[in-house]
Design a protein around this ligand. Structure first.
Ligand SMILES: [Fe+2]
Length: 547
């Protein structure tokens, strides 16, 4: 009685201990087996321990074949009439495994092997014959073609697989390129305001995480002078809490070491101490390190971080570094611009030692009042600039008149009254200062229409000019001038209340009463310590109170 066989291979248990497991199949073999089944050919792996490629629709055929081939291997038989076996040699692609093609002819059912294989597998001979009969299409005269047919099919499948892989790789590359372009497009759209680098850095973190399906993206900056001042030493990040927490502490160290990174690197968690592997990209401007962009915790793709994530982070990093360079240049330009404006206004104030720091204080109060009535930061900044420049026209007023002790003659007062128009003419050719002109030209208009130069009234007066009128008068009354002393805070505010609706816009004047003046007082103290004179009595009715 034959030994019980393995239900899959058909080989005897004794053979198991001596025969190694079949080698891994090339990925195209299942497709080959399926294709050959249409030709009544079975594909079998391994000669010693035959494994018939599964045919779930005809399990009887598969079981009998496994049993028959196992039996033949055990008894050392390799030729049985009606059971045709040929090696499949598809060329280079097929050399990694041992494949055989098996087909049957009508004479098989008369062979002893047929019944022995049925018995070995515990199968009913009649049922097996009924299942195999439709496939017994390979007569002995055509059996010699079996190897050639199977080999051609194998070559086709190997080639098809190769092409599918190439197309798959190309598709992945296209998808990756699309994602990169999409990211850069989104970043380009959002990188529109060089005055807010912090906001843009946050956008970059979010976009990169979204586009690269990364669970964590962070940016840390060192203290380099090439970094925009607003974000120096800052850490930005988005992602899962445990990595964000780690980066909050480790980010500064990475940023300080960013000069050590050369190009974009994939760094394992073992080397970095991070909770996940990271792509690390140093942010540099003209060779000067600014900080570091890191990303990791890939959420949607299998396997470790790859060149795709590395390229994506590098693309975003280069874009961000370029933008931050622009931010630095913008900040420098703004600082230079504002410094020049401040120097100009200070030089005008300095013509009269009693007005030292006046423009800066008016600018400060104008900004505070603008914010208090609900204007935006940007609008308040323009009011501040208007305040710095509001008296620039005094550059065209003779110093002897500006600094005259005692009461002015009518002619001298007319010269003083020309300063708003002189100032507007000086600034009108400067495109960046177009919105400053109304404040400069009209800051001496009165709400009741009795001011100068245009005698505008009420809301005909530009808002910035109404704001500056309040701030200008407050500072004028609060500080000592050559012709009169300063008034106490209480009296100044009282005088301003009396001027609501006549000298001042009543709404603005009312809001002004509630402003916090501590920073203003600091500026006054600063000017006094620089040599401004102390307070002396005065009244608001002076013809130069607000000049
Ligand atoms: Fe003025």
């Amino acid at each position: 009685m034959p030994e019980m066989s393995d239900p899959v291979s058909g080989a005897s248990p004794q053979a198991h201990g001596h025969v190694p497991s079949p080698p891994m199949l090339p990925p195209w073999v299942p497709a080959l087996a399926s294709r050959c089944r249409a030709l009544s050919i079975w594909i079998v792996q391994s000669r010693q321990r035959p494994r018939v490629m599964d045919d779930e629709h005809e399990p009887l055929c598969t079981q009998w074949l496994a049993s028959a081939l196992g039996l033949m291997a055990d008894i050392g038989e390799d030729r049985v009439p009606g059971l045709w076996i040929a090696d499949v040699t598809p060329g280079q692609s097929g050399t990694c495994t041992e494949l055989r093609a098996v087909a049957i002819g009508p004479e098989l059912f008369r062979q002893r092997l047929f019944m022995d294989a049925c018995g070995r597998a515990g199968l009913d001979c009649t049922e097996v014959e009924r299942a195999l009969q439709p496939h017994a299409r390979w007569a002995s005269s055509s059996a010699w073609l079996l190897g050639e047919v199977a080999a051609r099919a194998a070559r086709d499948e190997a080639l098809l697989h190769q092409h599918r892989e190439a197309i798959g790789g190309f598709t992945r590359q296209l998808t990756d390129s699309y994602e990169t372009i999409n990211l850069l497009y989104a970043l380009a759209r959002e990188m529109d305001d060089p005055s807010k680098p912090g906001e843009i850095v946050n956008h970059v973190c979010e976009r990169l995480a979204e586009c690269g399906a990364l669970g964590f993206v962070g940016v840390a900056f060192g203290q380099s002078r090439s970094t925009p001042p607003e974000i120096r030493g800052r850490v930005h990040s988005t992602g899962r809490t445990f990595i964000v927490e780690w980066f909050r502490h480790a980010g500064h160290g990475l940023a300080e070491r960013c000069g050590e990174w050369h190009g974009t690197n994939i760094v394992s968690s073992n080397d970095s101490g991070a909770p996940v592997d990271l792509v690390v990209h140093p942010l540099c401007v003209a060779g000067q390190p600014m900080g570091v962009l890191v990303a990791g915790d890939r959420s949607s793709r299998d396997g470790p971080l790859s060149s795709y994530e590395s390229q994506l982070v590098e693309a975003a990093g280069r874009y961000l570094a370029g933008f931050l360079h622009n931010c630095s240049l913008y900040a420098q330009q703004q600082a230079l611009f504002l410094g020049t404006i401040k120097a100009l206004s200070a030089s005008i104030d300095a013509k009269d030692r009693y007005t030292r720091g006046h423009s800066e204080r008016v600018a400060h109060l104008g900004r505070r009042l603008a914010l208090a009535i609900g204007l935006s930061e940007d609008q308040a900044e323009r009011v501040h600039l208007s305040g710095l420049l509001h008296d620039v026209g005094k550059i065209g007023v003779p110093e002897a008149v500006l600094c005259k002790q005692g009461r002015l003659t009518d002619e001298e007062f007319e010269l003083i009254k020309a300063h708003p128009e002189i100032g507007a003419r000086i600034l009108e050719g400067i495109p960046l200062l177009e919105d400053v002109l109304p404040g400069v030209l009209h800051h001496h208009e009165r709400y009741d229409g009795k001011g100068y130069p245009a005698r505008l009234a009420g809301e005909q007066i530009p808002l910035v000019a109404r704001i500056l009128a309040v701030a200008d008068a407050f500072d004028a009354m609060s500080s000592t001038r050559s012709y009169r002393p300063a008034m106490s805070r209480e009296i100044v505010l009282q005088k301003m209340r009396e001027g609501l609706g006549t000298q001042f816009d009543p709404v603005l004047g009312e809001v002004f009463q509630g402003l916090d003046l501590s920073e203003y007082d600091r500026l006054v103290a600063q000017a006094e310590s620089a040599g401004s004179p102390g307070p002396v009595p005065m009244t608001i009715t002076s013809n130069r109170a607000a000049a």
